[in-house]
Design a protein around this ligand. Structure first.
Ligand code: BEZ
Ligand code: FE
Length: 261
């Protein structure tokens, strides 16, 4: 959302509609639990810290608020591939390339090369040539490029253009489960409420094609120990796709259907 969108929504009737309910809900909880002055000050200090650390998206994610908003925002995408939350790790306009990583120190010979492929179509099955598939993920070791100084900037990020028949393919490495950042205030929150910080392995997608709704989603893999207890609660059964062994590498098929705009 750009700045203009924020000011538009703040001036809208929605504000008058939603804010009184938000306040009533908060006041009701404070009353029910007899929250003390000291406790409320601690809440305000925590939220101030979250803002200073730029961790509000992370807080929204781990409290599973992002998943709820995603579900509320995609009730009418009939036949389209299921959407999922974006998370905070997207960077704009990675290079167009078919192999989205460079090898780095820390990778192991046991790490698996993975080819992900599929077709991008409309919900009525017409191919969408030129659709742009933007993907980002963690490496098999060290997490996202921005957390891991051994990886070149932009590693495990890339864009791929769908062919005439809507087909796409890219070469990557099978990602592994990882923990969301825990060094800041949200990490302390997770500790305090006894919530683990792990996410199952996944590849993020943002898919765009003219005349169609942009799809933001995630691709998951079977047999992951965190499929049933993702710390941000973002796993959908429809987004878990089998992985097959083919010669010296793995493959995973993931077709994508976009709803009309
Ligand atoms: C992610 O999936 O990239 C992510 C989600 C929440 C926090 C951090 C990362
Ligand atoms: Fe992620």
């Amino acid at each position: 959302m750009g700045e203009d969108d924020v000011s538009v929504s703040l001036q809208s009737e929605r504000l008058a509609e939603v804010v009184p309910d938000v306040l009533n809900a908060i006041h009701e909880v404070l009353e029910r639990h007899h929250v003390t002055e000291e406790e409320w000050m601690a809440v305000l200090a925590f939220l101030t810290e979250v803002g200073r650390a730029d961790e509000f998206i992370l807080l929204s994610d781990v409290t599973r608020t992002s998943v709820l908003i995603d579900a509320l925002s995609h009730t009418e995408d009939g036949g389209a591939t299921a959407s999922d939350v974006m998370g905070p790790m997207y960077t704009v306009e990675p290079p167009f390339r078919k192999k989205i990583y460079e090898e780095y120190e820390g990778m192991s010979p046991d790490d698996d090369v993975l080819f992900v492929r599929g077709r991008v179509t409309s919900t009525t099955g017409e191919p969408l040539p030129g659709a742009v598939i933007d993907v980002w993920q963690t490496g098999p070791a060290g997490g996202y490029d921005v957390w891991d100084e051994r990886q070149p900037e932009g590693n495990f990020r890339g864009r791929i253009k769908a062919e005439e028949d809507g087909a796409y393919e890219f070469q990557t490495m099978l990602p592994k489960p990882y923990t969301v950042p825990t060094a800041g205030p949200v990490g302390r929150y997770l500790d305090a409420v006894g919530q683990h910080p792990w996410r199952p392995a996944h590849i993020h997608y943002k898919v765009t094609a003219p005349g169609h709704r942009t799809l933001v989603t995630q691709l998951f893999f079977p047999d992951d120990p965190y499929l049933d207890n993702d710390t941000i609660g973002a796993v959908k059964a429809a987004l878990v796709r089998p992985v097959e062994k083919e010669d010296d590498h793995l493959t995973c098929d993931f077709d994508i259907a976009l709803a009309p705009a």
